[in-house]
Ligand binder design. Structure first.
Ligand code: SAM
Ligand code: SF4
Length: 459
């Protein structure tokens, strides 16, 4: 889908461009409630449908260098030995959760961070062996075992070791190839490095290779980012995540090292996004939505077409039938109708585990109302439509009455042609695709004006 097909209208986009959540969950993580102990998490494990397969998320929080734009939960350190005590805690958590789960079949695994390859190759191998001793890893070819890779943090054999350990998908942090932009954000990684890791990953048989890019970084220009995109298109990753740089220096300390004057202004940023959609569309990439693009041959694009796409804390996902088990600091689990977030600091995480507790910091148990609204939001984000008759059948409600307030809030978007009714189905039009989260916000009953300011803008 190109920029023309999206009915590009800069004035309209700017008018609707307000802060809001990206809905990797509903209710969103800011609405999770702090817990006193781990009894709710234990309850979630006790109520779990034991036959459901698992998706494991493992958080490795360390980075050897700081990127000034970064908004991730990470610990920047040169002291590699810091990984050892963390790995001991992580294994303790894995053993505790595996005992509660009685093992379990793992259909999906994701190592994220921070930088997972901050760990040495031996540490990564040992961690995988430990996980395999505590869970059964699916042999099915549809199983996804993925890892986030900072191209600067790879040893000679790391990629082949990861492939041998069963990883079949990979995501590279690229951000921008322009040397001036890279210098301004303290992340130097020459184009030759990106080409080399991409070639190696392909030859090792990784599939669904993703690259992360960011638009809105300091010193970025329309032509500069367009050149980056041309090179990326030549490298043909299967998926692309093109994130909007969220500049929130009050919240993320490293961002204070970015000069506000160096940031592209709002209209340049919007032009960069427009060019990006245009260029990727012309190169055959399908716009999945919310920062994500995929080649038509990729499962993400195919499942969207078949109406089988889902969304979780890692963004769009193809595994909807799994309970998600978060491991490591700040990770989030989704078990049945419970969301559970781990302690964020290593100290608090360690303290809880040493007290023989699960390291739970926050939770949210979904009410029926949450489930109805989650369904609407997920369908809008994944399939750009919600059929109210289906909703009535699934939840035994009259959704036009039940959601009357939210539906009334959509009026301006309907008038502006961003949404349209077709019988009982509310559709996001092509023109509305970039602004779909505004529609989702109308169904979010927790979103106050005050809360909105905690989020970044859509564009
Ligand atoms: C955990 S990192 C990926 C793995 C590895 N640490 C790396 O940087 O290559 C996740 C991604 O989040 C994105 N990201 C980080 N901070 C961001 C920000 N402030 N705004 C937008 N995207 C951001 C980057 O694209 C980054 O690749
Ligand atoms: S972008 Fe990645 S490597 Fe850079 S500081 Fe953030 S988590 Fe670490």
């Amino acid at each position: 889908m190109t920029h023309d097909a999206l009915n590009w209208d800069p004035l309209l986009i700017q008018r609707y461009n307000r802060p809001g959540p990206r809905y990797t969950s509903y209710p969103t993580a800011v609405d999770f409630l702090t817990v006193a102990d781990d009894h709710i998490e234990r309850q979630a494990y006790a109520e779990r449908v034991a036959t459901r397969p698992l998706s494991l998320y493992v958080h490795i929080p360390f980075c050897a260098h700081v990127c000034y734009y970064c908004g991730c939960n990470k610990i920047v350190t040169k002291r590699r030995e810091q990984a050892e005590p963390y790995l001991r805690l992580l294994k303790d958590e894995i053993a505790k959760k595996s005992a509660l789960l009685g093992g379990g079949l793992v259909n999906q695994l994701h190592f994220g961070g921070g930088t997972p390859t901050f760990l040495s190759d031996e540490q990564l191998q040992e961690l995988m062996a430990f996980l395999r001793r505590h869970f059964t890893f699916s042999e099915n070819s549809k199983a996804d075992f993925s890892i986030e890779i900072d191209p600067r943090e790879l040893r000679h054999n790391t990629l082949s070791m990861l492939r041998a350990e069963g990883f079949n998908r990979i995501s590279f942090g690229v951000q921008d190839l322009d040397p001036d932009v890279q210098a301004a954000v303290n992340r130097i990684q020459p184009e030759s490095m990106i080409r080399a890791v991409m070639t190696e990953a392909r030859s090792l048989g990784f599939h669904s290779i993703n690259m992360d890019l960011i638009y809105g970084l300091p010193l970025q220009t329309l032509d500069g980012f367009s050149r980056t995109l041309n090179t990326i298109i030549e490298l043909t990753p299967d998926r692309l995540s093109v994130f909007n740089y969220a500049h929130l220096p009050e919240r993320f300390k490293p961002q204070r090292r970015i000069q506000a004057d160096d940031l592209p202004d709002a209209s340049t940023k919007l032009a960069i996004l427009g060019r990006c959609i245009q260029q990727l569309g012309e190169a055959g990439y399908h716009y999945v939505g919310m920062d994500h693009f995929a080649l038509p041959t990729d499962e993400l694009a195919q499942l969207q077409q078949q109406g089988r796409l889902h969304r979780n804390f890692q963004g769009y996902t193809t595994h909807s039938d799994c309970d998600l088990i978060g491991l490591g600091v700040s990770s989030i689990s989704q078990i049945g109708d419970y969301y559970l977030q781990n302690q964020v600091t290593v100290d608090a995480y360690e303290h809880a585990l040493n007290q023989q507790q699960l390291p739970n910091l926050k939770q949210r148990q979904l009410t029926l109302d949450d489930k109805i609204r989650r369904k609407v939001i997920t369908e809008l984000l994944c399939h750009l439509a919600i059929n109210l008759s289906d909703l009535n059948d699934e939840f035994g409600i009259d959704s036009r009455v039940y959601l009357a307030d939210s539906i009334a809030e959509l009026k301006p978007m309907l008038t502006d042609g961003l949404l349209a009714w077709q019988g009982h189905t509310l559709h996001v039009t092509d023109k509305g695709r970039l602004l779909v989260r505004n529609a989702c916000m109308a169904f979010d009953r927790y979103l106050s004006e005050h809360q909105q300011q905690r989020f970044s803008r859509a564009i």
